[in-house]
Every structure is written in structure tokens, then in C-alpha cells.
Design a protein around this ligand. Sequence first.
Ligand SMILES: [Zn+2]
Ligand SMILES: [Zn+2]
Length: 360
Amino acid sequence: MARKIWPWLAGIALIAALGAGAYFYRGEIATRILQRAAAQGMSDSLSAQLPDGLHAVFCGTGSPLPDRTRAGPCLAVVAGERVFVFDAGEGAAETLALMGVNAGDVEAVYLSHLHSDHFDGLAPLALQHWATGTSQTPLQLVGPTGAARIAAGLNEAYAIDSGYRTNHHGPEIMPPTGGGLVAREFEIPQGSATIVLHEADGVRITAFPVIHAPTEAVGFRIEYGGRSIVISGDTSRSDSLALNARGADLLIHEAISPRLNAIMESAAQSSGRTNVGVIFHDILDYHTSPQDAGAVAQEAGVGALALTHLLPQTPIPGLSSTFERDARTTFDGPVWAMRDGDVISLPSAGGINRFHRLRF
Ligand SMILES: [Zn+2]
Ligand SMILES: [Zn+2]
């Protein structure tokens, strides 16, 4: 009997010794891992690995409500070799970098509307655009009337820092002309009319009005290589969106869960935070339930529905599946509640692929 126990004891002792060794040398092991990951990360570009086509890169699927797993609203669209960003909420630049998108490659940022949660990540993105791209010109900001005021305000706020960067790294690395933002404003069209914001090298970007009163807001349609993505921006259920999303391969729609939102509202009310309760109540009328997002997708006949800008926050695993379940009651096609780091790929050759890509 004793003879049979010895090999077990020796095995346990060996594992314990290895564990202790790993613990003792954990700093060194982590440093070696970093050495490999850093080399890989520096040369690892997401857009270089994608096939020719149109690709939705989810760099922020959250809202203004606190959620450690979701950055503020941000969607990067890779169209062929071009990279565009639609809204840049808090944490957008960080998440883009963690997904392997070089901010220096971003050609322009399009704002759906001027709620601050859609642009409070702009300044860090502009700084990364300048620093990683050695950009000679500021990051282009395309948005409704008022976007120029935002750009001017951020440029002023960052003027001192920009001077430090150029002085420290030199004008070859941080060209003095490349910091900050330069704005191009557009008038939001009426009804369900569209405005063409970009048309070059086979990429067409149009905007159309959606319903987000008292804020004026637009959604976007991006077309390239025979594929199309439509972005709702922030909106309550919108006929203009359904019309302009017609036949798109992918509809990316915001969503608020009335049921989960009611839980937050009643928790705020019962703990005496009446003001917070009122805010939870008020946000319901200018966002879209998953059922209505599904109905819009069904009406437009889109290929797939991706839900983002999830409200309220979804800190518990499984919560986002309730959004999918609700949207499936009205839409026959595939429905996905998106996470930061997700990519939906629409190759020019056809098909639709989904994968997750976040590194450290
Ligand atoms: Zn909004
Ligand atoms: Zn929003």
C-alpha cells in the first residue's frame, strides 16, 4: 500500500515545486510573455488581415452608464483599405488599439449627433492619430452643425499638451500641424432624405435623419464592394432608418431594454435617488427597444442585426442575451448583441463572418 502512495506523493511534491518556482519567477515569466506579445502587437494590424470587403469593428458598445466591459459608442468601418470611425465615446481609442487598429490609419470620424457620450473619446483618438500616424494634418471630424465648435473647443483644451509633445519628441515625430481635429459640418436633411458625405475609391457614405429629439441626429449607410452596413446612431423607432436600411447586409442598431431599464429606474426611486430615476425614465422615449429594432430590421429586409449602445448597462454575463431574445421575436434573421472587440466581416466575395479580437 505504502509503495503505491509514494509515486503520488512525489507527483504532488513535483507539482508544488513547479508551482512555487512559477510563483517565484512570475515577474520574469510575465516579462518574457510581454516580449513576445509586444513584438507581435506592434506588427499586428487588423485591417491588413481582413479580406477585401466591408467590416464592422466594434470599438465601443456601451453608453454613458458605467460598465467596465464596454467603451462608449464607437464603430470603426474598414472599407477596402480605408478606415472610418463612427462616433468616438470614452475609451474608443483604447479599444481600437487593443483590437489592432492603428489610429494613424483612421481617415475621418463621423458623428451621428452631438451628445457628449458620442464624442468624449475624440481627443484621445486625435492624439493617437497624430502620434501613431506621424500625421501632418489633424484628424478629420465630420458632423452635424456644431461639430466645428466641438473641434475648436478640444483643440484649445489640448493646445498646451500639443506643444509639449512636439517639443519633447521633435517635429519629425509629432509634426506641429498634425495635432487635434479639423471639422467639416453638414446640414441634416429632412424626412428620410439622404446626404452623401463621402464618395471615393468605391466607398460611399451617406447620412439620413433619425429621431432623437431634442437632439438632431443621423444614421449612416456605408457601401463598398457590393456590401452595405447601416448604422442607426441614437434613435427611437425610425421609418427613415427602415427606408434607408433597405436591403443592407448588416443593420447595426442601438437598443434599450424597457424591462432592464425599469429595474434601474425603480432601484433609483426606492433608494431616494429620484433625479437618477427620472433620467432612467426619460431615456426610454428616444431610444429603441430590441423588439422595435427587430421590427425595423424585418421591415428593411436586412441580412443580419447587430445590437449595440446597450442600455442600461449589462454588467452580469447573460444580460445581453435578453436583448437578442427580444429582437428575435420580430426579426427572422440572425441577431447578435455585440461586445467590445467583436468584428463582423462582409467580404466582397460574399458571406458574413463574426469573430472576437481583443489583445493586451
Ligand atoms: Zn444620444
Ligand atoms: Zn448615445
